[in-house]
Design a protein around this ligand. Sequence first.
Ligand SMILES: [Zn+2]
Length: 245
Amino acid sequence: MVKKSIVIAMAMAMFAQGSYAFDLGGMINAGSDAVKAVAMSDAEVKNVASLAKQESDKLNKVATPKDQFGVRLKKITKGMKTDSGLNLDIKVYLVKDVNAFAMADGTVRVFAGLMKVMTDDEIRYVIGHEIGHVSLGHSKKALQTVYAASAVRKGAASSGNGVASALSQSALGDLTEKLVHAQFSQSQESDADMYALKFIKTNGYDPKAAVSALRKLEKMYGNDKSMFSSHPAPGDRAEALEKEI
Ligand SMILES: [Zn+2]
């Protein structure tokens, strides 16, 4: 069991290194219909998301509230206004990658590597973008798509008594990895950016930070979208936001 966890953790680290912008993985394209999403109740979606959250939190070191990154995140999110009904759980992973992701239950994980290169307001834009994926239903759709093809679902179906009791560790690891690295479509990314802009304005943050965050990514990784063809290049996203501001 321990060995398996290490293998999964290594695989996650490798994939994360290949990514060049937040919530971007390329393992699967959650926006595509290649794998058909399965209908799930909101309770089922939350159940699966929270299992994947627990698994991911086991595989990555979570910053404690006393850690410098934990302290900074608390400062960044203090008094942050979000959509009502959204049960946010924002934490930092102490990993080097410049990344962040959200899950359908309101889980947001910001990577220390991203916090190192971004200002507080730039991180707020990233958080707003991630919340956008949750609030706009992208994360739910991604989860439904991943879950449809997952061994976790097959196990749950064959046991006949629900998701939680039927999990095998490797199936859960696989599901978690695909959720963490779900790739959204170009239009979902643009919508999440526009959501982030609204979120920034509601909270009285600096909208220019959204542009500068993307410009930083562009500088680090180039305005290249060939890596994941469905993903808009950071420079293009910065320009779209600049127009909106
Ligand atoms: Zn995104």
